[in-house]
Design a protein around this ligand. Structure first.
Ligand SMILES: NC(=O)c1ccc[n+]([C@@H]2O[C@H](COP(=O)([O-])OP(=O)(O)OC[C@H]3O[C@@H](n4cnc5c(N)ncnc54)[C@H](O)[C@@H]3O)[C@@H](O)[C@H]2O)c1
Length: 357
């Protein structure tokens, strides 16, 4: 039957909607589940996906660089679901009251290509990055680690601290940032949460007695946050701030003394600490440690270094986790994002029928 001028303008069908998680709903979800439970759950999802690493499409992320920062797209698929994240990194943003990192992401079905879930990922990225760091540290850090030096006290830092406690048992944080206000912010946010918090005046002071060193600074240039003489035997270094060409945190002599573990070598050789090293510099892929195909920590004098840049599979795991959690925690809205004409080939007719009368 053809439409007449008196018919009401048809509304979207059920097929037009996908689930949308706003920042407000993401924060409700975090409170409803509990942040440490969420970090542990996310670490499990990420570890599970690292276990089936070979199933995934993998490519270094697609990066668009400017003098101010970078905008990146991070896609992957396991053959059933397809996910991608849009993320930026603009270290000078905070001076103008903007964040260094913001993100959103999408999960779609491979069989129809239809999107299913669109979500904020600024908060989710901080959670997944922390969950990844702690999951990796659970395989590589010295057993019984209690003290972490946290160098760079910006947006990521409290998440890193909470994940390292929930998953690895860290209870003492030695904090350093070039900006004391950032350290004071972490101290304020984490007071009363069961940590011993020790603000430090220098990076050297921060790493005293630490079993884990996390570097999480933002700069758009080669920086030397840690030099070789600062790093003693037996430590685990979680270096996550250097994640762009031309942006590193560690002196290369530390890399020579360490066993270096990475997510996806083709991306890390472009973006990670190892961009300072020759193309054939030896690294171990974390998925191989997790599956038992390669050794992780083999003795207590070894320096293990996670050269973490953030890989698409971690975002995919986070999207999968979110989709699963929305079943019991319905913090989402329906978003009318897919044009759905009654006759799939009559997209034009659908627009005509929606003309205001
Ligand atoms: N590996 C990953 O998966 C991943 C994920 C998210 C963010 N990151 C990266 O982590 C870094 C930090 O992100 P953020 O959101 O916390 O940024 P942010 O801008 O909120 O915080 C960065 C902090 O580093 C401090 N800093 C800069 N130079 C320093 C130095 N030389 N010594 C000590 N502190 C210094 C700044 O004062 C600031 O407080 C960024 O480079 C970001 O791109 C990596």
């Amino acid at each position: 039957m053809s439409a007449s001028a008196n018919d009401p303008v048809p509304g979207p069908s059920d097929l037009a909607y996908i689930r949308f998680v706003s920042v407000e709903n993401m924060m409700k979800l975090v409170h409803s589940i509990g942040i440490e439970t969420m970090l542990r759950d996310l670490a499990r999802y990420i570890e599970d996906d690292f276990r089936r690493w070979e199933k995934f499409d993998k490519t270094p992320r697609v990066a668009s660089h400017s003098p101010e920062g970078v905008i990146e797209l991070m896609p992957t698929s396991d053959g059933e679901d397809y996910g991608f994240k849009y993320v930026n990194g603009h270290p000078r943003n905070t001076k103008d009251g903007l964040q260094t990192v913001t993100a959103f992401g999408l999960l779609a079905r491979v069989d129809t290509g239809y999107p299913e879930l669109l979500t904020e990922m600024t908060v989710l990225t901080a959670l997944r990055t922390a969950a990844t760091s702690a999951m990796v540290a659970s395989h590589l850090a010295p057993k019984g680690s209690r003290v972490m030096a946290m160098i760079g006290n910006g947006a990521q830092s409290e998440f890193q601290a909470l994940a390292m406690r929930a998953i690895c048992g860290i209870d003492t944080l030695r904090l350093y940032d070039i900006d004391r206000a950032a350290t004071e912010k972490v101290r304020r946010n984490l007071t009363g949460q069961g940590f011993e918090l020790i603000p430090c005046a220098t990076p050297e002071e921060a790493i005293e007695g630490a079993q884990i060193i996390t570097t999480c600074t933002a700069d758009k240039q080669f920086a030397t946050i840690l030099t070789d003489n600062m790093v003693g035997a037996g430590l685990h270094i979680n270096a996550i701030g250097g994640d762009c060409p031309g942006k590193t945190e560690l002196h290369k002599d530390i890399l020579i003394r360490s066993d270096v573990f990475v997510e996806y070598p083709p991306q890390t050789r472009i973006e990670g600490e190892i961009q300072q090293m020759p193309e054939d510099f030896p690294v171990t892929e974390m998925w191989q440690v997790i599956t038992g195909a390669a050794p992780g920590r083999i003795n207590d004098r070894q320096i293990t270094l996670f050269d973490g840049v953030g890989f698409a599979i971690e975002d995919f795991s986070a999207l999968r986790y979110l989709r699963d959690k929305l079943k019991d925690h319905p913090f989402y809205e329906d978003l009318d994002i897919i044009a759905d004409p009654d006759d799939p080939r009559d997209l034009f007719g659908m627009i005509q029928r929606a003309r205001p009368r």
